[in-house]
Design a protein around this ligand. Structure first.
Ligand code: SF4
Length: 79
């Protein structure tokens, strides 16, 4: 068995139709999500390396904690 390297990047994505704007995602992943003046999330647009395990864990917390299931993690592999 070899060591599996985490290459590539991820994005946190929000479905604006499902989002109700209560902002739990900002509390759970403040490094990835800020809020607009109405309380809706503004997701970091830049890719985050999958090797950033703290950010990836925050993204997972936000996905699990979203009451509307409006968030998902999009992984992009490096080729
Ligand atoms: S936790 Fe979900 S529903 Fe709430 S603001 Fe974030 S994306 Fe929207």
């Amino acid at each position: 068995m070899g060591v599996r390297r985490r290459t590539g990047v991820f994005y946190l994505r929000v479905n604006p139709i499902l989002c109700d704007g209560f902002g739990h995602c900002h509390e759970l992943a403040p490094e990835l999500v800020t809020m607009d003046e109405w309380g809706y999330p503004i997701i970091k647009r830049e890719p985050t390396p999958l090797s950033d395990l703290a950010a990836l864990e925050s993204a997972r917390y936000a996905v699990r904690g979203c009451p509307r299931q409006a968030l998902r993690i999009e992984r992009v592999s490096e080729n």
